[in-house]
Design a protein. Sequence first.
Length: 180
Amino acid sequence: MIETVPFANAAEAYGRAVGSMVLCCACSSSELSSAMKLKGNPTPYIGEVRTRVRLFNNADANAAAEGKLALEKVRMIEADAMVDTGAVRSCIPASLLERLGIQPYDRVTVELAGGRKSDVGLADGVRFEIMERRSSDDALILGDEVLIGQTLLEKMDLLVDCTRQRLVPAHPEGPVNKLK
């Protein structure tokens, strides 16, 4: 279950500190309130943002690009993913990583939203594709659904439009990576 957060609290928690990475927090509360008031509740709430993601075994994709592996042999999964602007890193369930043939290479301690700490696996060699934008990244092995975190959104130059509950490209012509 996703916990809803009043807009003003989310803006304090994420937007002002994160800056332009999360469009949600650049929305004015009046803009949001007209679009997302809950029935019978005058307080606006941020909704859940979901997107389709294609996950590839990066080693397979690289081998196919070099002509060493047939394209149809590249292990790939298409999944529904939740976008979580409060999570720095992305998460993939163990069952999906197994289907991709990707094993954990390390264990790390994570702090969950409620403050509880947990020891989880870390997998490398995952290629993510969202809205025809691609990036390779590691992923925490956690949960029962794919979760897209801040790092991947930044690498793909995607913003969260909380008013319309969707991802939008920061630069429609293609991703621009900041080096400053």
